[in-house]
Structures are given as C-alpha cells and as structure tokens.
Design a binder for this molecule. Structure first.
Ligand SMILES: NC(=O)c1ccc[n+]([C@@H]2O[C@H](COP(=O)([O-])OP(=O)(O)OC[C@H]3O[C@@H](n4cnc5c(N)ncnc54)[C@H](OP(=O)(O)O)[C@@H]3O)[C@@H](O)[C@H]2O)c1
Length: 398
C-alpha cells in the first residue's frame, strides 16, 4: 500500500490523482491532502478520502479548516503554511508525493520530498524551471524516485531506456509535442484583444487557469523544454518542439540509429499519473483505449515563433542558465496573473517576460534561499513593468 501526499489536491491534477486512488483502494491511500486557500474544497475531499492530515497554505485559514474538519466529524488533523507542509512531506506519513501545486509556490515542498527520498510524481514544472539543479542534487543525495507527470516528460520517460541501458549519446533529439493551444493558426495581430476566458479554452485538455494561459502563449512548452533539459540531462539545443494539434502523440525520442520512439494515448492526465503511481508496473487508469482509426490523421507543424514569442524567450533563457530561467518563470507568473485579472493584454505577457529578462536582477546562487530571493526580485521587476503597460493603448502590436 502506498501512502500518498497529494499537494494541490483541489486542482486539476489533484482531481485526476484522487480518481486513480479511488479506483485502486487496495494499492493507494491519500494520507495527506494539501491545497492553497479554498477550505471548503479541501474539506470536501477530506470527507471522501479521509486523510490523516489536511494542509492549507494560507495560514489565516487554519482556524476555518480545523473547525470544518471537526464539524464534519473527521479525525483528519489540520495544518497550515508551507513549513508545516514540508515537514509532513518529509515525514513518515507518506512514501509517495504528488507535486501538483501551481507555480513557484510548489518549490519548497518539491525539494522537501526529493530531499527525504520519497517517490516524487512531479507535475509542478515551475519548480524544475527555477531549481532543476537543486532538485537534481536532492534526488541524487537521497535516492528519491523522480517520475515526471507532465504528459510530454512522462512520454519521454517511457521512451527512454531504463535505467540508463543505452548511453545518452544514443539519443539524437528529444521532441516535445505541443497542441498549439486555443489560438493556433492566428496571426499575431489577431491576439491583441483575446480574453482570459478564450485563453483558458484549451482545445484538448482541461487544466487550471495558469497552465491554460501558458499553453495559449506557448510558454508552457518553453517551460517544458527547460524541464526536459534538467530531467533527462540533455542540452537545450537537442530539444525540439513540434506542434501536434490532436495531442495524441505526447512526445518522441529520436535515436542516432534512425529510430524514433513515441508514446501515444488519448489526452487524459490519468495515464501519466497512473504510470508514476504504479511504475514500473501499470494499472488501469480509466482511460479509453486509443482508437487509431477514429484518430485517423495526425498532423505535425512548426511552431509560429512570431505570433508566440514566449517559446523563443524560454529557449534563450535555457541557454543562459538557471538564473535566467528563474527570472523567466517569475516574470511569467506575474504577467499571467495580471492578464487573468484584466490588467494587461495577451501580447503583453511575453513583453513583460522579455523586459524582465533584460534587467540585471542578480545571480541564481547555489541554495534555496538565494533562489527564492532571485525569484522575488524578478517578480518585483515584472510587477513594475505590468504597472507601466495599462496606460498604453492595448491592442497596439509591435
Ligand atoms: N492540469 C494539467 O493537465 C497539467 C498537466 C501537466 C502539468 N501540470 C502542472 O501541474 C501543476 C498544477 O496544475 P493544475 O492545472 O492542476 O492547477 P490548478 O487546477 O490551478 O490547481 C492548483 C492547485 O494548487 C493549489 N495552490 C495554489 N496556490 C498554492 C499555494 N500557494 N500553496 C499550496 N497550494 C497552492 C490550489 O489550491 P486552491 O484550490 O486552494 O487554490 C490547487 O490545489 C502546475 O504546475 C501545472 O503546470 C498540470
């Protein structure tokens, strides 16, 4: 029986993970459920899954969580804040951690799980983008099993030899597929006035709002390029992105002998999560078998770097190193949040990121505290740029 700490339990990945746990009660139990600020949603999950611990990140919500668990008659203990979460993640109450908090807020708990030698199913790509070096050190020191949940990285993990059966030199390229998002095929000038609601209407996947906007700008793919570099120890210039609107081929490995291995499946995150939960075994994920005849034709095309400049910014940052990718991630989080709140237009997201990257906000440093300071400085810089733009005529296209 695996005892699972599910971080980001109330989100999209959280829901998919709990569905899998419910399908296999003989194999998995949610022992720790954690979320950000929505007490009611977290307590509703506790009623169904009866974890030992429930953790809310918002410390002001501790009283409400404690009272709601008690009034529901649950034995679940209430906790609040990131320190409490990191302590629980590293403790004896779980052997497996699903890292599905959105954004840099997931970094400390990701590193806590890796440092404590847990099996870590990682969806929180932002923590790899800003601290892939620290994550790798923690995994190597503790012997943690790091299993990627991002569907593209999960696909690559499935297509790469294990454990290191063939040398890295046998791989020519990693190819990440991208759906192209809701605005695929539109020219840059048509994107100036798109709304948050349109940006969150992903054609193939149902996801949280932040990653949905990242998919619309193609920054999601940029973050994934950086993530793949760290997870598979491949330099960025051997990673390519190809747009594949059907989201059936989840990514590919191109080997030097001319073989190309791909992982295919219906677009449902339960496949990737199930693979991480059961690895090296496989379990029924409740996902329908892929019908190749119904899928019929699979298209592949090059990304439009002019309409979607965020992807190029991510490649550039990856070439510069972890300080630049930390700044890129921080600026993206600030800009996406501003877009979702109606403070800036869609095209300004990439402008804010580019503008922040042009400022010298300092070095990455070699430890977590320094990395978080760099993240904070980059956020302040990006927020300054956001404040500058609403005065402009929105819709102006460079
Ligand atoms: N959704 C997908 O298909 C998918 C695919 C690949 C990778 N990912 C990655 O997985 C992560 C989660 O994505 P998602 O789509 O599941 O997001 P989501 O639906 O927005 O859920 C986010 C989760 O994080 C929690 N949270 C927010 N701020 C927090 C904080 N400061 N501390 C602790 N928890 C916090 C939320 O809690 P509240 O509900 O209380 O706010 C919620 O449980 C992201 O990094 C995303 O890039 C997602």
């Amino acid at each position: 029986m695996r005892h699972i700490a599910l971080l980001g339990a109330t989100g999209s990945i959280g829901r998919s993970t709990l569905d899998l746990i419910s399908r296999h009660p003989d194999r998995y139990r949610a022992s720790i459920l954690a979320s950000g600020s929505r007490v009611d949603a977290l307590v509703a999950l506790c009623v169904t899954h009866r974890p030992d611990h429930a953790v809310i990140a918002d410390e002001a919500a501790f009283g409400a969580l404690k009272a709601a668990l008690a009034s529901a008659g649950l034995p679940t203990r209430a906790h609040a804040g990131d320190d409490a979460l990191c302590g629980l993640v590293a403790g004896d109450g779980c052997d497996t951690v699903v890292g599905a908090i959105v954004g840099a807020a997931g970094l400390r708990s990701t590193l806590a799980a890796a440092g404590a030698g847990k099996r870590l199913l990682l969806a929180n790509k932002e923590s790899v983008v800003m601290a892939g070096d620290l994550l790798r050190q923690a995994v190597q020191a503790s012997g943690s099993e790091l299993l990627p949940v991002d569907s593209e990285h999960n696909a690559l993990f499935q297509c790469l030899p294990h454990p290191a059966a063939a040398p890295a030199s046998s791989v020519r390229r990693l190819i990440l597929t991208a759906s192209g998002g809701p605005f695929r095929g539109r020219p840059r000038e048509a994107l100036a006035r798109v709304t948050p609601a349109e940006a969150c209407q992903h054609p193939n996947w149902s996801m949280g709002r932040k990653i949905s906007v990242d998919s619309a700008t193609l920054m999601n793919k940029g973050l994934e390029v950086i993530e793949a570099g760290w997870l598979f120890d491949v330099e960025v210039d051997r990673i390519e992105v190809v747009v594949h609107p059907q989201s059936i081929v989840h990514s590919l490995v191109d080997y030097v002998d001319g073989s190309m291995l791909a992982q295919l499946g219906n677009p449902d995150m339960r496949t990737a999560i199930a693979y991480g939960l059961a690895w090296p075994d496989r379990i029924d994920a409740g996902v329908a078998a892929l019908d190749l005849v119904a899928a019929s034709s699979l298209q592949f095309e090059a990304p439009d770097n002019e309409a979607f400049p965020a992807l190029g910014l991510a490649f550039d940052a990856a070439r510069q190193g972890v300080a630049a990718t930390t700044v890129l991630n921080a600026a993206n989080e600030v800009a996406v949040s501003a877009f979702l709140q109606g403070q800036i237009g869609f095209l300004r997201i990439a402008d804010v990121i580019e503008g922040t990257l042009q400022h010298d906000v300092g070095a990455a440093g070699g430890d977590l505290a320094e990395r978080l300071e760099l993240d904070a400085r980059a956020r302040r810089m990006a927020a300054d740029l956001v404040r500058k733009w609403p005065t402009e005529r929105e819709g102006a296209v460079r």
